[in-house]
Design a protein around this ligand. Structure first.
Ligand code: ZN
Ligand code: ZN
Length: 268
């Protein structure tokens, strides 16, 4: 599950594992959200403005709230990660530590499988958390961001953070996976997650004219989810939203509008 466990072996207490996993998840979060923040909100704020899905930028109070909840999420992810590693060390999951236990091909295939499992897990738990009886406790905090910044990537209520971290044991239970492969999945996760909340559409306009639109999700899709509250529940792929008919009716036209805006003459 976490790099420290890989490096230093299995002689860790639960508290140490929780701390190490929190640090690892935190490094990924601050690194990627920080890069996105620096590029999109500082360095290229003017240059990229024509691709900003919502033209205004979030207030600093909103960003502070997103950061605060994300810090809490890091700790919850740390504890849930440590619990998964502890259970795995005791032989309760299919996680394996010796590379030689499975083929190199499976190592990479397990990354792809875990990404598909996570996409499915996210879509259905996300829809569930939109149920009116569950929304307030689980998902309202994430939707306080109606114009999210990259720091919203982990802005969850504690109850939602537990649900999101549920993917750790789910993946470890359903397939043999090496902690390093899981690390690659988490890398993929943070890149998509941060990109979806940064608020810029970086895909080319032609994406919506090709079958790739059925597969790939876009930042426009997720920003619209924050803006409209309904529709667009997917994470990495647009497959479940297409299959279940849950894309927002204006999703494709909004994408085309954002990606068709001219680059202001001063910046050509
Ligand atoms: Zn939602
Ligand atoms: Zn979101």
């Amino acid at each position: 599950m976490h790099v420290f466990d890989l490096l230093f072996g299995k002689q860790h207490s639960f508290a140490e594992r929780s701390l190490y996993t929190t640090i690892e998840v935190g490094i990924r979060y601050f690194l990627f959200a920080g890069i996105a923040w620096f590029l999109g909100y500082k360095l290229f704020r003017t240059r990229w403005l024509h691709r900003k899905i919502i033209a205004r930028f979030p207030e600093s109070a909103e960003v502070r709230r997103e950061l605060g909840y994300s810090l809490l999420t890091l700790v919850i992810f740390g504890i849930m990660g440590a619990a998964t590693v502890t259970a795995s060390r005791a032989g309760y999951t299919q996680m394996y530590w010796k590379f030689s236990d499975h083929s190199r091909a499976w190592f990479f295939a397990s990354v792809a499988c875990a990404i598909v499992v996570h996409d499915t897990y996210f879509y259905w738990t996300h829809r569930l958390m939109h149920h009116r009886r569950l929304f307030a406790v689980f998902h309202r905090v994430h939707h306080l961001s109606t114009n999210p910044s990259p720091w919203a990537a982990y802005s969850f209520a504690p109850a939602e953070a537990v649900v999101e971290a549920g993917i750790f044991p789910v993946v470890a239970l359903v397939m043999p996976i090496h902690p390093a492969a899981f690390g690659l999945v988490m890398l993929w996760q943070i890149v998509f997650n941060v990109a979806g909340h940064t608020g810029y559409e970086f895909h080319p306009r032609w994406l919506m004219k090709t079958p790739l639109r059925f597969l790939l999700n876009t930042p426009t899709n997720h920003v619209m989810h924050h803006e409209k509250m309904r529709g667009n529940y997917g994470l990495y792929f647009n497959v479940w939203d297409r299959l279940m008919g849950t894309n927002h009716p204006e999703y494709e036209s909004r994408f085309t509008e954002v990606t068709s805006r001219p680059i202001p003459a001063a910046r050509v």
